[in-house]
Design a protein around this ligand. Structure first.
Ligand SMILES: Nc1nc2c(ncn2[C@@H]2O[C@H](COP(=O)(O)OP(=O)(O)OP(=O)(O)O)[C@@H](O)[C@H]2O)c(=O)[nH]1
Length: 667
């Protein structure tokens, strides 16, 4: 402990320790990679990830006690909490920065907006205290990250996130769902394509049984962004070389075998022991030197980090700009705070005006650009559908089927209409009785339709009004009330009108349409066919009549009297009924269009203004001056998000300028 030469260059007796800063990129490291890393770290500090912008991150994962913290302390040359059971209970962001000029290492923790300075002797305790503060004193875990900054001579410039170890079995004091909680946290960190997965595997276990392998394979099947560190090489040297060369678990970025600090060794001693182990151990010395030792691991990680950062930066810049533009546009949409009744009135009239225009588009003109995907708001089309359905319902009304009991009803009505008089006059009362019965039979249909169609219109009108007034929630309940009450009135009117029309149809029979006579003549031309079928009992009793369909005359074969009058009556009512049905649909359609126009162009404004502004109204207009908390919250959120994105943009702009002046980053 306290040996700050852990990975230092210029330690003559420990050859592998020099690797980090002797690598090909070392010369330009301070000039190029470091500022990039600083920029990304500053974005991380700004918490740009909360805006959904992922940053390139090395995420350390491993099963419990696989040696994650030991690897990190080997890289950082500091003493992290190590041991049995769960030690890491929060995401620990470790920012290692090489600082050759520092007299003594600088270490501090950042969490919860606080900065806690510490030193190498107390770091372990400080991390445990901060963890307790973030995640509580028990054994539970928390998503809130803890950042540890280590500025020290000789450490590699790396930022890594250490996550809790995965365990299937909760230890004493851990919540039952600890596995789910940890897996969820790990997945959140390793899922983004920008993450490099540093999978810590203990040499003592079969890699294919590791939970951490299973999880990283879920998000990185080919292992393209996974690097494996095999710890405890000293404990299980047998078969290690075969394990790492066979690569049964698809590690795309390769393996590095290490031996971490054991017991009370210093880092310097640990590195010497490690170097000795891989040099002299009969089995371990056979492993290629390019994949053993902590210095090699440090070098690989810095290279990978530089590559991924340079690769991700343009995308990050784009995402920051996109997000910024969206947020600025969103902010513009939020109205400014109103300070006088005149302003409130103007805003209110604007809302009403734009709502009216939207309604005109969807209810009258059939323009759906404001609701392209919402079929329900394509009102002109939906209203036609509803009318067609209404028309079908009228046509298919079972009681009005001319085929059932063919002529029997007419005979019965004629019987009751007989009077003292000449026989060859068709009594008008018979026709009226039949007409009234038919109209009564479908009298429930028009009100049902009116009810249905106005319910639909109510939904549409309220939806539009709510959308246009969403920035003034204080207006919404009275606007909704006014709209509902207006639609109710319109519906009542339509209902009265329709009932009147039904009554008119019941009372009188008239049409100027020549179609009536035409249809009646056509129907009457089939009289002989009917009479023949009735007379000729040897023929089948079922015949097909044009304009009516298949009818059965069996029952008519016994009662031959008045058949001709009954037939005539039936044909008159059939021809006339067509006209009645058409009138019921046409008048409904015209009245509907008339009412909707009236609603949108005149009534709506009157009703809403009455409810919101006039002395006996709800007075909601005054309340427009008090801004709704939800709007304030939305505006504040957008403002802080914009500020964060602008700062982030400035950060990346600085680094992009440098890239432009210095040329490309090398891998
Ligand atoms: N012999 C030997 N022991 C090691 C090595 N690496 C880690 N250990 C030991 O393994 C135990 C677990 O190591 P940690 O670093 O605490 O493991 P971890 O994965 O961080 O643990 P959690 O965060 O609690 O899941 C400790 O006792 C370490 O000393 C190694 O390379 N060799």
């Amino acid at each position: 402990m306290g040996d700050d030469r852990a990975l230092v260059h210029g330690v003559p007796e420990a050859e592998p320790l020099c690797i980090v800063r002797q690598a090909p990129l070392a010369a330009s490291y301070d000039d190029q990679i470091r500022p990039l890393l600083d920029a990304i770290d500053r974005l991380r500090n700004l918490n740009v990830m909360k805006e959904g912008i992922q940053l390139p991150t090395i995420v350390v994962v491993g099963d419990q006690s696989s040696g994650k913290s030991s690897v990190l302390e080997s890289l950082a040359g500091i003493n992290l909490p190590r041991g049995q059971g769960i030690c890491t209970r929060v995401p620990l962001i470790m920012r290692l920065q090489h600082n050759p000029r520092a007299d003594c290492p600088e270490l501090y923790l950042e969490f919860d907006g606080k900065v806690v300075h510490t030193d190498e002797d107390n770091i372990s305790e400080a991390i445990n205290d901060a963890t307790d503060e973030i995640a509580g004193h028990g054994k539970g875990i928390s998503n809130a990250p803890l950042t540890l900054v280590v500025k020290k001579d000789g450490v590699p410039d790396l930022t890594m996130v250490d996550l809790p170890g995965i365990t299937r079995v909760p230890v004493h004091g851990q919540p039952e769902d600890i596995y789910e909680q940890i897996s969820e946290m790990i997945m959140e960190y390793i899922r983004p394509e920008e993450s490099i997965i540093l999978n810590v595997l203990s040499a003592t276990v079969d890699f294919s049984t590791c939970e951490s392998i299973r999880m990283s394979q879920m998000v990185d099947k080919t292992g393209r962004r996974t690097l494996a560190v095999v710890t405890k090489a000293d404990k299980a040297p047998e078969g290690l070389i075969e394990k790492v060369t066979a690569d049964d678990v698809n590690i795309g970025l390769g393996y590095v075998c290490v031996r971490n600090r054991i017991g009370e060794e210093t880092y310097h001693e640990a590195r010497l022991e490690e170097a000795k182990l891989f040099k002299t151990h009969p089995l371990l010395c056979k492993i290629d030197k390019s994949i053993v030792g902590v210095p090699v691991l440090a070098q690989k990680l810095t290279q990978i980090q530089a590559t991924i950062m340079a690769k991700c930066l343009p995308e990050i810049v784009k995402k920051i700009n996109d997000k910024l533009n969206v947020n600025v546009a969103e902010l513009k949409k939020i109205p400014k705070n109103l300070s006088s009744v005149t302003e409130a009135m103007t805003a209110f009239m604007q809302i009403l005006g734009s709502a009216k225009e939207s309604l005109r588009k969807i209810l009258l003109r059939g323009e759906f650009d404001e609701y392209p995907e919402e079929k329900n708001m394509h009102c002109t089309a939906r209203l036609v559908e509803m009318l067609n359905q209404y028309s079908e319902e009228l046509q298919n009304c079972a009681e009005n089927d001319p085929r059932t009991n063919f002529l029997l009803e007419e005979l019965e009505v004629l019987e009751e209409a007989k009077g003292i008089g000449l026989p060859n006059f068709l009594p008008r009362t018979a026709f009226h009785t039949l007409l009234q019965r038919k109209v009564m039979g479908l009298s429930s249909k028009p009100p049902d339709f009116v009810d249905r169609v106005w319910k639909y219109i109510e939904g549409v009108v309220i939806r539009v009004l709510m959308r246009h007034s969403e920035n003034y929630p204080q207006l919404q309940s009275s606007t909704r009330r006014a709209a509902s009450s207006l639609i109710n009135k319109m519906k009542e009117k339509a209902m009265d009108r329709m009932m009147e029309i039904v009554e008119m149809e019941k009372l009188s029979d008239y049409t100027c349409s020549p179609e009536y006579m035409l249809e009646w003549n056509n129907l009457m031309s089939q009289q002989n066919k009917v009479m023949d079928a009735i007379d000729d009992v040897s023929e089948p009793s079922n015949i097909v009549l044009q304009g009516i369909g298949e009818v059965d005359v069996e029952n008519l074969r016994h009662c031959k009297q008045q058949i001709q009058e009954a037939f005539d009556l039936k044909m008159r009512i059939t021809a006339y009924w067509k006209i009645v049905l058409r009138r019921l649909v046409d008048s409904m359609a015209l009245h509907l269009l008339f009412s909707v126009q009236n609603l949108v162009n005149n009534e709506m404004e009157k009703e809403i203004v009455g409810e919101l502004i006039e002395p006996n109204g709800s007075g909601s207009i005054d309340r427009m001056l008090e801004e709704a908390p939800s709007v304030v919250a939305k505006r504040n959120k957008l403002n802080s998000s914009i500020e964060l994105l602008r700062e982030s943009k400035a950060e990346v702009a600085k680094i992009m300028d440098r890239i432009a002046t210095d040329g490309e980053y090398s891998d």
